[in-house]
Write a protein that binds this ligand. Structure first.
Ligand SMILES: NC(=O)C1=CN([C@@H]2O[C@H](COP(=O)(O)OP(=O)(O)OC[C@H]3O[C@@H](n4cnc5c(N)ncnc54)[C@H](OP(=O)(O)O)[C@@H]3O)[C@@H](O)[C@H]2O)[C@@H](O)CC1
Ligand SMILES: [K+]
Length: 486
């Protein structure tokens, strides 16, 4: 089952459905116990608990209550805790009593030399950026990688919107985020701000949440299982033939990268159509490349657009491709054409995958993506009745029904010219092998990101380096699977 992320509303619904467990404070006890366990683990890893120092930044709601109870539990292990109360009159009363009873002290500002700082400013009830008092406390901290305390966010880093993942300025940047019952949307949408996310089971049931409140993330094992590999009786046709239309004789790079990626990601057959046919074959001799669409031969899916140009010939070719009943991926120049001619996909019944970056997205919709990327990608997929893959550090793939798969690349090494062409080739190959546009897009994004990280190993890369690592990235996600598994 993919990893589920939910809106704050859906989390609250699940908490309320827990009835007595919520009313009698059991959920909060479990949550704060999970925070304490995470801090203990961290302190043990760096020398033990006894005599170590933890600072709390405590807001007006239950998020601060979690931090205060967690500190009381830490005190029982010999950890010394101090707390800055941002709203002293409104700090969680029972939590504050427990904190004081355990020997915790309330202070005006955090002292130097802390090992861990707990961010209990706001959780899913927070709105907007850190307010000035909280902002001043966090601004004064030395970052963990410069010898300062490890910042552990309770539930979400304060100043990060739990639903949109918008990182307000200022916001807490956490090294670790501890959350409860189910991940929040922000844990994927604002992954880099959350650090390592630790999920604590508090005994709530979130399985009934609506799709509109949900963001999914495939596991590596799921991507590995769905990756098409030849079965015992497959031949080159039965595995799916992908057709690539990209680049030009003048600019052959996109053609070479996209068709090379299609060859590398799947094993059936790759066809190519375009004026860069000779360049493609000289780099990838296994591609069956022709100059004219009429000579292309049969394919099971098309991947169209990178570097194909935006002139009348390109428009006519795109129109022909989209008039077929085959799955089609449209990227780059193809998207620029589509922005001016949305009618080309209006009546499509066959699977259609658009793969815009933020600029192309704005061209398609007439509006910037904005701070709610999830809402934006869902809206385009619904309005155009196509699957949309919105590129970025966090890739989002929405289908027309509102289901969204997200992928955190884990780094931004893939932000390099030509990397999008490689993604087009990988996803096109997966479409031809029969994956749905959404799974093809999400699985391609996962392998693409892994390939970028493998290629980089700490130094900048070009798209050809990324392409060279795609095969090993596929091996990574398939590691441990049976020989013929699909
Ligand atoms: N329910 C449960 O069983 C469980 C709940 N759990 C925990 O409860 C958390 C939710 O608690 P919550 O609902 O009390 O809201 P919470 O996030 O603490 O903040 C609300 C307060 O913050 C304020 N405020 C708003 N924005 C602000 C800002 N930018 N900067 C500063 N302040 C700001 C706003 O007050 P205002 O000043 O606006 O009047 C309001 O009073 C959840 O994330 C989890 O940690 C767990 O224990 C599991 C069990
Ligand atoms: K927090």
């Amino acid at each position: 089952m993919p990893i589920r992320h939910l809106t704050a509303d859906a989390v609250r619904t699940a908490e309320h459905a827990a009835g007595d467990l919520l009313a009698n404070g059991t959920l909060m006890r479990r949550a704060s116990g999970g925070v304490a366990a995470t801090v203990i683990e961290e302190l043990r890893r760096t020398g033990g608990c006894y005599g170590r120092h933890v600072g709390l930044v405590v807001g007006a709601g239950d998020n601060g209550g979690d931090a205060l109870y967690a500190a009381a539990a830490l005190a029982r292990r010999g950890v010394r805790c101090v707390a800055v109360l941002l709203a002293p009159q409104r700090a969680h009363p029972a939590g504050l009593t427990a904190f004081r009873a355990s020997g915790g002290r309330v202070v005006a500002e955090l002292p130097a030399g802390l090992d861990v700082v707990l961010d209990g400013v706001v959780g899913i009830g927070g709105r907007g950026p850190l307010r000035p008092a909280a902002a001043a406390v966090f601004a004064a901290l030395v970052p963990a990688d410069q010898g300062g305390p490890i910042v552990v966010a309770v539930d979400v880093p304060s100043g990060v919107d739990a639903d949109t993942g918008q990182v307000h300025d200022p916001a807490v940047r956490a090294d670790i985020t501890v959350t409860f019952g189910v991940r929040r949307l922000a844990h994927l949408l604002a992954g880099p701000q959350c650090g390592r996310v630790r999920l604590v089971d508090i005994g709530i049931d979130t399985s009934g949440a609506d799709e509109v409140d949900t963001l999914w993330e495939l596991t590596d094992a799921e991507v590995g299982r769905m990756w098409p590999v030849p079965g015992p009786s497959d031949d080159k046709y039965s595995q799916g033939v992908v057709g690539v239309i990209a680049g030009s004789a003048r600019y052959p790079g996109a053609a070479i990268l996209a068709s090379g990626a299609a060859v590398t990601a799947t094993s059936g057959m790759t066809r190519f159509v375009g004026s860069a046919a000779a360049d493609v074959v000289s780099h990838h001799p296994e591609v069956v490349a022709v100059a004219r669409y009429a000579d292309a031969g049969r394919v099971q899916a098309w991947a169209v657009g990178p570097g194909m140009g935006t002139d009348d010939d390109a428009l006519a070719l795109l129109g022909e491709i989209l008039a077929t009943d085959l799955p089609v991926l449209v990227d780059a120049d193809g998207l620029t054409l589509l922005a001016a001619h949305p009618e080309l996909v209006a009546d499509r019944a066959a699977p259609t995958l658009l793969t815009p970056h933020a600029g192309e997205f704005a061209r398609l919709t007439g509006a910037d993506v904005g701070s709610d990327r999830l809402g934006a990608v869902r809206g385009l997929a619904r309005d155009w009745r196509v699957t949309v893959l919105l590129k970025g550090r966090i890739t989002l793939v929405a289908d027309p029904t509102g289901t969204v798969l997200g992928n955190d690349a884990g780094s931004s090494w893939a932000a390099t010219a030509g990397a999008g062409d490689v993604l087009t080739g990988i996803a096109g190959g997966l479409l031809a092998a029969g994956l749905s546009p959404q799974l093809a897009g999400a699985a391609a994004a996962r392998v693409h990101a892994r390939a970028a990280a493998r290629a980089a190993r700490g130094a900048p890369i070009g798209a050809a380096d990324l392409l060279a690592e795609v095969r090993d990235a596929v091996r990574d996600v398939r590691a441990g699977l049976g020989q013929w598994s699909r």
